[in-house]
Ligand binder design. Structure first.
Ligand code: NDP
Length: 250
């Protein structure tokens, strides 16, 4: 696959799944802009093909200004991966408005703003691919993490709707729904899942591993491979889909 000449924007591209996608698309020739809140994290992984710009996806002005600057520097965004996200859980009766708002602002407002701003420049070209990194929790309920699950359902509704709204244009809108992937989110959440469920951290990790029929965590590279397939030149007829990468997660 040759993505030479394409400009890819990946939010949350300094770590985990976003970084794996950024490195894979860059290896295929794309110019890649990655974002996240911590410039130092982005700088560590920047290369000739990967440029990091700090922005908070919850802040409309920052998203608008950052994407405009990226377009000015590297041309219209033609690949947009809305990946930045947080994943924490709480029983609903203990969930306050601030927790709910932060989850929605990061996962759902962030995807909306990133896709909207990328679309402005994508529509000026004759080709565009949008991918939302949702979750298996966007397809099913996740007890103890209703806010997260609701935000991830929202991301799927967003791209499914766009796939119909822009039908007939050379643009596709899909989501990827991973199961448990071996990234910093899972490492951070093991302790809190264990605490909520009254389990040891080892047991909590076992539950995640055993949810995958292959009895392992998914690798970020496996998610990146699906993203690369969706942006490939022969994937233009895949539109409005949610691709599960979950090892047959139950
Ligand atoms: P990471 O924690 O490594 O990635 C999350 C990224 O999002 C970080 O780079 C972080 O950068 C960025 N981010 C978080 N909040 C903001 C914000 N307000 N503004 C800008 N950037 C932000 O974990 P993953 O790679 O696992 O997560 C990537 C996506 O994959 C998430 O949307 C997650 O929900 C989804 N996912 C992950 C699964 C897993 O098991 N790992 C399973 C299913 C879905 P910074 O902190 O510097 O801002």
């Amino acid at each position: 696959m040759d993505l030479t000449g394409k400009h890819a924007l990946i939010t949350g591209g300094g770590t985990g799944i976003g970084l794996a996608i950024a490195q894979d698309l860059a290896a295929k020739g794309a110019r890649v802009t990655i974002t996240g809140r911590r410039q130092e994290v982005l700088d560590e992984v920047s290369t000739d093909h990967i440029t990091g710009i700090a922005m908070d996806v919850r802040n409309e002005d920052e998203v608008v200004a950052t994407i405009a600057a990226a377009v000015k520097a590297r041309g219209p965004v033609q690949i947009c991966v809305a990946n930045a996200g947080i994943a924490t859980g709480k029983a609903l009766h203990k969930t306050d408005m601030a927790f709910w708002r932060d989850m929605m602002a990061t996962n759902l407002d962030g995807a909306f703003l990133t896709i909207r701003e990328s679309l402005q420049s994508m529509r000026q070209t004759d080709w565009g691919r949008v991918i939302a990194i949702s979750s298996m929790a966007g397809l099913r309920g996740l007890p103890g993490a209703a806010c997260y699950s609701a935000s991830k359902h929202g991301m799927i509704g967003l791209v499914r709707s766009l796939s119909e709204e822009y039908i007939g244009q050379p643009l596709t809108f899909n989501s990827i729904c991973p199961g448990y992937v071996d990234t910093p989110i899972v490492t951070r959440n093991t302790a809190s899942i264990a605490q909520r469920a009254g389990l040891s951290e080892e047991k909590a990790r076992d539950i995640m591993v055993n949810s995958n029929r292959h009895k392992r965590l998914i690798t970020p590279a496996e998610v990146a491979a699906a993203a690369a397939w969706l942006v490939g030149s022969n994937s233009g007829s895949i539109n409005g889909q949610s691709i599960e990468i979950a090892g047959g997660q139950m």
